[in-house]
Design a protein around this ligand. Structure first.
Ligand code: MSP
Length: 492
């Protein structure tokens, strides 16, 4: 049986249009999905939008439209953005999908029936920006440090999830890496948090928020938006909220064939809830935990948090308009070490575009193709057939091994650096040997064949990052007679 690979992004809030932060997570997930498909693994890639809750309700009210209509509009914008960026998700889940709504109710009913949800009361603070309950020590000068908002004081009867019951079990599973949290400094943060502060039961329903899924046994309450949202990772596979009728070891019917997620991507803003509430919900539902939570870095734009008031928000369509689809994907994935925060900006993107793409890859490809065409050489390069379900990704075993290792460890920037090193080596061979000065065709061929093979090998491994460019180069360089083509990356 082929290996299974299940990757998720967070479901994004529809209170605002997609920006480069959402795009980063989604492109990274796409890179992994494409890579695992190339390896012949059975892959499922889920993304979507998070559409309920107080934040969306308020936003829709401000815009003077019905929340559902507002959510439809923004969710469509996310879909369009992903289509434009050539994202290959297998499902786009909206938390307002009727099947999701029903499954969430079923799941909560299960948890209620087993006594993991009880009627309690929440008295404390709530940040509508995060849609999270806050304690005094989460605040800085009385404000939520992420949203710079004063949290509201709440005092409400609510259905409460027995998170505390799962504290010890969870801590153990995190410590022994049954639930892997990467990079390891993020794991340590979570371990310290649980050890220092402990896990308190958490409110799972709201009486004063109308825009949400009704609690099935008490319609005066709606389900806490995070409880609703987390379950997307299950309902996105077709799960109906009643547990799999077949044991998971026998393939798990009921839509859970791909369960559990191999990797769940997110940034640090939402790790804590994913590592605690979400995993405890799985324990309560009797389902295996996620295998890996991977926390990538947070983007700042020219040193500052992206915000509308600063006017520095970068939207994915602006990127695509300026650089094209594949170049945008490349610029995002090479912008910073994956897992570390990074500073980005238009100037940096321009410089990198020109250096790595226009003058780098694009220039090398066109130089070599021109020379091969001019000399009418037949090079017979190797390594690009499809074998079984897996795609053959070149003939450079050493390169493939190093690349594979980088990808397994979520080191995308490193994987790209390996490929660019190959390209630079090839550039050097050309500058050294100057084949354009030679008359003897055989001598020219001797220089160009390995260079062209390098390009082809790099192009094969570039597919997850730059699917179209990769295919163009593969077509061009695996043709019997290599011909010069259009420039891949016009200079900016
Ligand atoms: N709806 C919740 C998630 C529910 S998942 C069950 C949410 N949505 S969000 O729209 O705010 O998206 C947050 C995620 O978007 C981050 O975790 C990250 O994946 C991505 N990013 C948003 N801004 C980002 C940056 N500035 N930099 C990098 N990624 C960021 O939270």
């Amino acid at each position: 049986m082929p290996k299974k690979f299940y990757i998720t992004t967070p479901v994004y809030y529809v209170n605002d249009v997609p920006h480069i932060g959402h795009t980063y997570t989604t492109v990274a997930a796409d890179v992994l999905a494409r890579w695992h498909r190339a390896l012949g693994e059975e892959t499922f890639f889920l993304t979507g939008t998070d559409e309920h809750g107080a934040k969306i309700e308020t936003k829709a009210r401000e815009m003077k439209i019905a929340p559902r209509k507002y959510a439809d509009e923004i969710s469509t914008k996310f879909k369009q953005a992903w289509r434009e960026l050539n994202i290959s998700h297998d499902n786009f889940l909206r938390t307002t999908d009727p099947a999701h709504v029903k499954a969430v109710q079923n799941a909560l009913q299960q948890m209620y029936d087993k006594g993991d949800i009880y009627l309690g009361k929440y008295e404390g603070l709530y940040c509508r920006g995060c849609e999270q309950y806050k304690s005094e020590r989460d605040l800085a000068d009385g404000l939520c440090p992420d949203h710079l908002l004063a949290p509201e004081k709440m005092s409400e009867e609510c259905y409460t999830f027995r998170l505390s019951k799962y504290q010890d079990k969870l801590l153990k599973l995190i410590k022994n890496n049954k639930l892997k949290i990467l990079p390891v400094n993020r794991k340590n943060e979570i371990v310290n948090f649980i050890e220092d502060q402990g896990l308190e039961d958490v409110s799972f329903s709201r009486k004063n928020v109308g825009w949400g899924i009704p609690i099935p046994w008490d319609k005066a309450h709606t389900i806490y938006v995070w409880a609703d949202a987390f379950l997307n990772y299950l309902t996105g596979l077709g799960w109906d909220g009643t547990n799999a009728p077949t044991p998971l070891s026998k393939g798990g019917a009921g839509g859970l064939k791909f369960w559990p997620p191999t990797a769940q991507l997110m940034s640090k803003d939402i790790l804590r809830v994913h590592a605690t509430i979400w995993q405890a919900m799985l324990l309560s539902l009797g389902l295996p935990l996620s295998r890996t939570l991977f926390v990538h870095g947070y983007f700042l734009v020219d040193g500052q948090k992206m915000s509308k008031s600063l006017g520095n928000v970068i939207a994915p369509d602006e990127l695509v308009k300026k650089y094209g689809v594949d170049a945008s994907r490349y610029l995002l994935m090479s912008a910073t070490v994956f897992g570390r925060d990074g500073d980005i900006g238009w100037k940096k993107f321009d410089e990198k575009y020109n250096a790595d793409l226009a003058n780098g890859l694009g220039n090398l490809v066109s130089r070599v193709a021109n020379l091969v065409e001019k000399n009418k050489l037949e090079l017979k390069l190797s390594g690009f057939a499809r074998s079984g379900v897996a795609r053959k990704i070149g003939s450079d075993k050493k390169l493939i091994k190093a690349y594979r290792e980088s990808m397994e460890n979520f080191k995308f920037d490193q994987a790209l650096k390996l490929l660019w090193q190959k390209l630079r080596d090839s550039d050097e061979i050309l500058s050294d040997k100057k084949p354009w000065k030679l008359e003897d065709k055989k001598a020219v061929k001797k220089i160009l064949a390995p260079v062209a093979q390098n390009i082809l090998n790099a192009a094969g491994l570039l597919e997850p990052f730059m699917p179209e460019v990769s295919q163009k180069i593969i077509n061009q360089f695996s043709a019997k007679q290599i011909a010069k083509g259009e420039p891949l990356f016009p200079r900016i």
